[in-house]
Write a protein of this length. Structure first.
Length: 336
């Protein structure tokens, strides 16, 4: 059984496959129903949908809506769970929740806090678990970002991605890992107090050595975006941060504005996973500019998550009408 808890839970072949399937599903949005359980042609019983629990322990707009719609479009049954209205709010353990849900649903999506929490959930679960955001990683978002870069440049290998701002947050960690898997040259820059986890950097370096990419950690925003094909950032003040003004002061020189974009390649695109705090980490002139791809990036969450669920929950993406790109790695995984 496979889970998707962090960006390096897929290798380069698998990431490529998911992006290609997502691009196919984007074009053929309503043609695939792989989350319908197959039934015998002789049976009069209609096909039953896979049910997927989507647990929200943090506020959400894009994640909640894109998973709800994506599961439905694939023929599945989304079971949306607000943690505060469930027994999780009264202290039921995440392990017991996983064991109970495993008897009801075919997959679990969770947006939560510490990575120890999702790891405990996955360890106790008998169905695939998908990370819809944790404090350490945001892998579904990075699949969407990699898809957006692929659509823009026709590939990801050799592309330079400059991420600036809080280089120690979940988006920076995911850019390091997912970008390395994609064979990109990833530069992340933040002040000394906002640097990535060294173990994540080390893991990304190992991956990049295998894929032909590279990772660089800086404390200079200009160095991160100089000649870059992609400039990315994220909010400086996330859920749970109580030191708002201190963070704004510390990160002020890392704002993505017109001056900083002047150091990127002329063809550079801008990414932001949203929600944006306009005038803080990014200016209106940049996020609303022709270089901005933030809306495409947001839409692509739907498509990559549909591809991911098709792969993790059904193992028969190749049965999607018109899709015949059954990858070689599926055969080896099925024979294990």
């Amino acid at each position: 059984m496979k889970h998707f808890l962090r960006d390096d839970d897929v290798n380069a072949r698998q990431q490529r496959y998911l992006v290609d399937l997502a691009k196919f599903l984007k074009v053929h949005r309503y043609d695939a129903r792989p989350l319908l359980h197959a039934t015998s042609s002789a049976s009069a019983t209609p096909a039953a949908p896979h049910s997927v629990a989507v647990i929200m322990e943090k506020e959400s707009t894009r994640t909640r809506i894109s998973f709800n719609i994506g599961i439905t479009e694939l023929g599945g049954n989304p079971v949306m769970v607000d943690a505060q209205s469930s027994q999780l709010a009264r202290g039921e353990s995440i392990e017991d929740t996983a064991r109970v849900l495993s008897g009801y649903v075919d997959g679990i999506v969770i947006r939560t806090f510490g990575d120890d929490r999702i790891n405990a959930l996955a360890a106790a679960s008998r169905v695939p678990v998908i990370n819809a955001l944790t404090d350490g990683f945001h892998p579904c978002q990075l699949l969407a970002d990699i898809m957006t870069v692929d659509e823009e440049f026709g590939g990801t290998a050799g592309i330079t991605i400059g991420y600036v701002g809080d280089a120690g947050n979940n988006m920076a960690h995911s850019y390091l890992l997912a970008g390395a898997v994609a064979g990109a040259h990833v530069r992340v820059a933040g002040p000394a107090k906002y640097q990535p986890d060294p173990t994540i950097v080390a893991r990304a370096e190992v991956i990049a050595a295998e894929t032909g990419g590279s990772v660089t950690v800086l404390d200079d925003p200009v160095g991160a975006v100089k000649g870059a094909d992609v400039v990315a950032t994220d909010t400086w003040v996330s859920m749970g941060h109580l030191d708002r003004q201190f963070r704004l002061d510390d990160l002020a020189s890392f704002q993505v504005n017109g001056d900083l974009m002047g150091h990127a390649a002329d063809h550079a695109i801008v990414l932001h996973c949203l929600p944006a705090h306009r005038g803080e980490e990014i200016t209106d002139e940049v996020i609303d500019s022709p270089q901005s791809r933030v809306l495409s990036q947001a839409e692509n969450r739907l498509h990559v998550q549909k591809a991911l669920m098709t792969w993790l929950l059904t193992d028969h993406a190749w049965e999607v009408p018109g899709w015949d790109a059954r990858p070689a790695f599926v055969e080896s995984e099925n024979n294990q």
